[in-house]
Design a protein around this ligand. Structure first.
Ligand SMILES: C[S@@+](CC[C@H](N)C(=O)[O-])C[C@H]1O[C@@H](n2cnc3c(N)ncnc32)[C@H](O)[C@@H]1O
Ligand SMILES: [Zn+2]
Length: 317
């Protein structure tokens, strides 16, 4: 089906591929679990005059922009300021039982990353916040660094940032804290990481990139909610409905891949167990044996698409 992709849309990663893999039909209802600036939602709504979307985002600022952008679609788009871990509750509120498709485009939006005051990026000096939901009571990145033990800080940086030198970074953070100089801004953290682990000659990225990713994942609890979200999304699909998930780093991609495999019936029990206890039963068919990645044109135009991986599945039962 031809799709009218307007000039704003190419900032949305893999938009054409999302539309393709969701196999849009007329008069369907979708959940966009990460509405962001509404790019994917717009691509879906433009496909047919009867298509409807329930859009979710935990960022009130993003919602404001999406509302403007999608106003022309009237009540075909309903927007919820929630965490997508509440996807089932959102359906209940909307009075919708099952949907034809769910799309999630994980991680931070360019709006969040490029807003100095949100503290996601060391390109600007700002308070170290990193909460995607700025209205929540969750601890900011600065508060985590002020309150966690050295061991916990090192674990987060190692696990979520895949940073081999995590212990050196954690030890310096805690040492500073003891000197009465807690880490409170993006620049302080970026400088500290650089001092702690140095900068390799061949490094293309700033040495603090992995530490920033790790803190963002911890502050927003990104990995903890992902498996449950994939399972809940499959639960709310109609038979024949589709789920598409775009991830931006290997930790997320692994969770999506393994959850899909389990829902496709692959047992993940250790071989020594006499019988299966992981509950694998065939609920979905995986549509992407290998993840879909951006093509050359998109890569040239949008650097964010470099690490994007799209996986999709079809509900069969
Ligand atoms: C990459 S952007 C989405 C961009 C959008 N697909 C578009 O085309 O404009 C990711 C969005 O997901 C939101 N988000 C991330 N994790 C979330 C969660 N657990 N619950 C709700 N929203 C979330 C972020 O606030 C951000 O606005
Ligand atoms: Zn099993």
């Amino acid at each position: 089906m031809p799709i009218n992709i307007d000039e704003n849309i190419h900032k949305s990663v893999l938009a054409a591929e999302v539309v393709e893999v969701l196999k849009l039909q007329a008069a369907e209802i979708f959940v966009d679990a990460t509405l962001g600036l509404g790019g994917h939602a717009q691509a879906i709504l433009e496909n047919s005059d009867e298509t409807q979307i329930l859009g979710i985002d935990q960022d009130a600022q993003a919602i404001e922009i999406a509302e403007q952008r999608l106003k022309k679609f009237g009540d075909r788009i309903r927007i919820f300021h929630r965490n997508f871990s509440d996807i089932k509750a959102v359906l209940l509120t909307a009075g919708v039982e099952k949907v034809d498709g769910v799309i999630a485009d994980l991680g931070v939006s360019s709006l969040q990353f490029d807003s100095a005051e949100r503290g996601f990026s060391f390109r600007f000096d700002a308070p170290l916040d990193m909460r995607m939901n700025a209205d929540s009571d969750a601890e900011t990145a600065a508060e985590l660094l002020a309150n966690l033990s050295e061991f916990e800080i090192a674990r987060i940086i190692y696990e979520y940032g895949e940073e081999r030198k995590s212990r050196r970074i954690a030890s310096r953070i805690v040492w500073k804290r003891k000197q009465g100089e807690p880490i409170e801004t993006t620049k302080q953290l970026a400088d500290l990481v650089e001092k702690a682990i140095g900068r390799g000659k061949k490094d293309k990225t700033h040495p603090a990139t992995r530490t920033f990713q790790a803190l963002r994942i911890a502050v927003n609890g990104e990995l903890e909610i992902l498996e449950r979200f994939v399972r809940d999304s499959v639960d709310i699909l109609k038979k024949g409905g589709r789920l598409a998930v775009i991830t931006f780093h290997s930790l997320e991609d692994r969770i999506v891949k393994q959850t899909f495999q389990n829902l496709a019936g692959k047992c993940s029990c250790p071989p020594r167990l006499p019988q299966c206890v992981c509950g694998a039963s065939k609920e979905i068919e995986i549509l992407t044996r290998k993840p879909i990645v951006a093509g050359a044109a998109e890569l040239a135009e949008n650097p964010r698409s470099r690490s994007a991986k799209l996986r999709a599945c079809l509900k069969i039962n």
